[in-house]
Design a protein around this ligand. Structure first.
Ligand SMILES: NC(=O)c1ccc[n+]([C@@H]2O[C@H](COP(=O)([O-])OP(=O)(O)OC[C@H]3O[C@@H](n4cnc5c(N)ncnc54)[C@H](OP(=O)(O)O)[C@@H]3O)[C@@H](O)[C@H]2O)c1
Length: 206
């Protein structure tokens, strides 16, 4: 099903997701600080590039693709319609989880009104794989966690990108998804695997 999806941030993650989501038929609106900056020209005309404050008006799915330390100011400034689901693709990769929160995802969710859904997704694999969820014809394992209704929609969207989506659970499972990202980052950077890999599952499950 075609959806209107806002992607906040146009770094490697935002660009990859915007391109992939457009490729599979979704309408994509990218929200950035300075939409007139020529560095965003490559995104047009396939996706709309607007200021962050204007990105969410039509979108009921909003992807966060910004640095963890920018989340507080960005999320608190978003204008979200009731029923919107926020998809958190961020990681506290090089900074601690904010004090008092179990995970970065719980920190983001704490800033949302009760009528806004929260799903952690698209944070567990390198940006270059996010627009097309497979490597060498193998669908990449994509664990997601969060609120029931939004999670099913996000699973559908991620499936459309080619991922083998696994709904890990509700908000109690966010830490598992964030830890999975830590594993990918650890192997990629600290164990010298590089970035050209992902995970998959074998055997019977679900
Ligand atoms: N890179 C990966 O492989 C990867 C994979 C999975 C998840 N993640 C996570 O995804 C998030 C995005 O990562 P990224 O690699 O795409 O790039 P990034 O460098 O973390 O973020 C780039 C985007 O964030 C915007 N931004 C930065 N500070 C901002 C602020 N204070 N207010 C508004 N916008 C701001 C930048 O805007 P300007 O262009 O205007 O500066 C740019 O559009 C991070 O949390 C990262 O941990 C990264």
């Amino acid at each position: 099903m075609e959806r209107t999806i806002a992607v906040i941030g146009a770094g490697p993650v935002g660009r990859a997701l915007a391109g992939g989501l457009h490729r599979v038929g979704h309408e994509v609106i990218v929200g950035v600080r300075n939409p007139g900056d020529p560095k965003h020209d490559g995104l047009r005309p396939t996706v709309h590039v607007v200021g962050i404050g204007d990105a969410t008006a039509e979108a009921r799915l909003v992807v966060l693709a910004v640095p963890a330390d920018a989340l507080a100011s960005i999320v608190s400034g978003l204008r979200l319609e009731a029923g919107t689901t926020v998809i958190d693709a961020t990681n506290a990769a090089f900074s601690p989880v904010p004090a008092g929160f179990e995970t970065l995802g719980h920190f983001v969710a704490s800033m949302l009104e009760p009528d806004i859904g929260f799903v952690k997704a698209f944070n567990t694999v390198g940006a270059e794989h996010l627009g097309h969820g497979e490597i060498d014809g193998q669908r990449l394992f994509l664990p997601i966690a969060g609120d029931d209704i939004g999670r099913a929609i996000v699973a559908d969207v991620a499936d459309s990108l080619g991922f083998a989506v696994v709904e890990v659970g509700g908000r109690e499972a966010i830490s598992l998804v964030e830890n999975h990202a830590r594993l990918w980052i650890h192997l990629a950077i600290h164990r010298g695997w590089g970035r050209a890999f992902g995970f998959t599952t074998v055997g019977d499950h679900g």
